[in-house]
Design a binder for this molecule. Structure first.
Ligand SMILES: *Cc1c(COP(=O)(O)O)cnc(C)c1O
Length: 399
C-alpha cells in the first residue's frame, strides 16, 4: 500500500522539504514547531469549527447533479465549495492560518494571489481579525480578475502588483517571499495552496481536509457508504484537490483524478500541465515537479484560468502522480470554457474557470453507470464573467 503520510522532515517520498534562504529559517521553524500542536488544541479547534460554521457557512452541501448524471451515465455529486463565503475553498485555509498567526503574535499578513480568490479570502480574514493585509498579485492577473481586486481593496487590503516575468502567480509568490525575508519578525505569510516549504503543504492540506471530512459523512447519509469511486478536482497548486482527497488518500477503492490546465494544448508551448511537462526541481521552497528548461530556468506557464496558471504543483500531488496513486488529466482553455457553459445550462451553476477544468475532465474519464463520482466544485464563476462573456460572443461557441 502506498502511504501518503508526510515524514517529519516534510517529505512525501522524494517530494517536499523546506528549501529556504537562511533569513526565513526562524519563521519557518517557528511554524513547523507549532502547527500540529496548535491545530490539535481544543480551543483552536473550537474557534476554527465555529468560524467555518457561522462565518463560512459550512458544511458545504454535497449536491446530486441529476442532469449531469444522466448526461454522463454515472452518479455525479458536486461538493459545493462555491457556496462558501467569498466563493471558493480558499477561505477554509485562510481561517485556519489567521488563527495560527494570531496565536504566534503576528500583526502583519502578506499573501500572494492568482485568480484573486486567495487574496480575497486573506483580506477577508484580516478584516475579521483587524490585521494589516498586503496582497501581491501579478499585473496580468490584476487586469483579468478586476472584480476580486476591487473586493480586496474594499476589505482594506493593499494590492501590490508584481511586474516581473509573466506577471502572474509565480511572480506574485516571489514578491511575497521577498517581503517575508525583509519582515521576518512581525509578519505571517498566508500561502494559498499546498505549495511552499514544509510545513505549508501539510498545514494547508489539513485545513482543507474539511472538504473530504464532510464528504465522508454526507455520502454515508445519502448512499449508506462513505466513499465514492472517484474524486475529480482541478489542480493549480493543489489545495482543493488535497482537501477533497485527504481522508481517502490511503483508500485505494477511491480513484483520485487531478485535472491540470493544458492552456492552448499540452504541446503548444502555452500550457500549465505540470505533471506532463514538468521535471523534478525546486520551486518556492519545496522539491516537486515543475516546468523548467534543461538548465533549470522556470518555463512561463499559461492558462486562461489565473488560479491554474502556475508552473509547479504541490509536493503531495507530485508524489501522488509519480506513484500512480492519482491520475492526471489535462484540459484546454476551450474545453474548460465549453464545460463551464454546459454546467451552467445543465445545473444552473456557473463554476469558476478553474473548476470548469474539473468538469471537462468527465469527458475524458471512463466509468460505469453505478459509479459514484464526486467533483470538487472549488469555486463560483462570478470573477470570470468577462471571460465567459467574450466566449459567448465568439465563434468558438459549440452548437
Ligand atoms: C485558487 C483556485 C484553484 C486552484 O488552487 P488549488 O490550490 O489548486 O485548489 C481552483 N479553483 C478555484 C475556484 C480557485 O479559486
Amino acid at each position: 500500500m502506498i502511504t501518503t503520510q508526510i515524514d517529519e522532515r516534510g517529505y512525501y517520498g522524494r517530494f517536499g522539504g523546506a528549501y529556504i534562504p537562511e533569513m526565513l529559517h526562524a519563521n519557518v521553524e517557528e511554524l513547523r514547531g507549532n502547527y500540529v500542536q496548535m491545530m490539535g488544541d481544543p480551543e483552536f479547534r473550537r474557534e476554527f469549527d465555529l468560524l467555518l460554521k457561522d462565518y463560512v457557512g459550512r458544511p458545504s452541501p454535497l449536491y446530486y447533479a441529476d442532469r449531469l448524471s444522466k448526461h454522463y451515465g454515472a452518479r455525479i455529486y458536486l461538493k459545493r465549495e462555491d457556496l462558501n463565503h467569498t466563493g471558493a475553498h480558499k477561505i477554509n485555509n485562510t481561517i485556519g492560518q489567521i488563527l495560527l498567526a494570531e496565536r504566534l503574535g503576528k500583526k502583519r499578513i502578506i499573501a500572494e494571489t492568482g485568480a484573486g480568490q486567495h487574496g480575497v479570502a486573506t483580506a477577508t480574514v484580516c478584516a475579521l481579525k483587524g490585521l494589516q493585509c498586503i496582497v501581491y498579485m501579478g499585473e496580468v492577473d490584476i487586469e483579468r480578475q478586476a472584480p476580486n481586486v476591487a473586493r480586496m481593496r474594499m476589505l482594506g487590503a493593499e494590492v501590490r502588483p508584481a511586474r516581473s516575468g509573466s506577471r502572474t502567480l509565480k511572480d506574485a509568490t516571489n514578491e511575497a517571499i521577498r517581503d517575508w525575508i525583509n519582515n521576518p519578525e512581525d509578519t505571517h505569510y498566508i500561502i494559498g495552496s499546498v505549495v511552499g516549504p514544509h510545513p505549508y503543504p501539510d498545514m494547508v492540506a489539513r485545513f482543507q481536509s474539511i472538504i473530504s471530512e464532510e464528504t465522508k459523512w454526507q455520502l454515508q447519509e445519502k448512499l449508506g457508504r462513505d466513499y465514492p469511486d472517484a474524486i475529480v478536482a482541478c489542480v493549480g497548486g493543489g489545495s482543493n484537490a488535497a482537501g477533497a482527497y485527504y481522508h481517502y488518500l490511503n483508500d485505494e477503492r477511491v480513484r483520485l483524478i487531478a485535472v491540470e490546465a493544458a492552456g492552448l494544448g499540452v504541446d503548444s508551448g502555452e500550457s500549465a500541465a505540470t505533471s506532463q511537462l514538468g521535471s523534478e526541481g525546486i520551486i518556492h521552497g519545496s522539491r516537486t515537479l515543475l516546468m523548467q528548461t534543461a538548465d533549470g530556468q522556470i518555463v512561463e506557464p499559461y492558462s486562461i484560468s489565473a488560479g491554474l496558471d502556475y508552473p509547479g504543483i504541490g509536493p503531495l500531488h507530485a508524489f501522488l502522480i509519480d506513484s500512480a496513486r492519482a491520475e492526471a488529466i489535462s484540459v484546454t482553455d476551450d474545453d474548460a470554457l465549453a464545460a463551464a457553459l454546459f454546467v451552467a445550462r445543465q445545473e444552473g451553476i456557473i463554476p469558476a474557470l478553474e473548476t470548469a477544468h474539473a468538469f471537462a475532465a468527465l469527458d475524458q474519464m471512463k466509468y460505469g453507470p453505478e459509479d459514484v463520482i464526486v467533483v470538487c466544485l472549488s469555486g463560483r464563476g462570478d470573477k470570470d464573467l468577462a471571460a465567459f462573456s467574450a466566449y459567448l460572443d465568439s465563434d468558438a461557441l459549440p452548437q
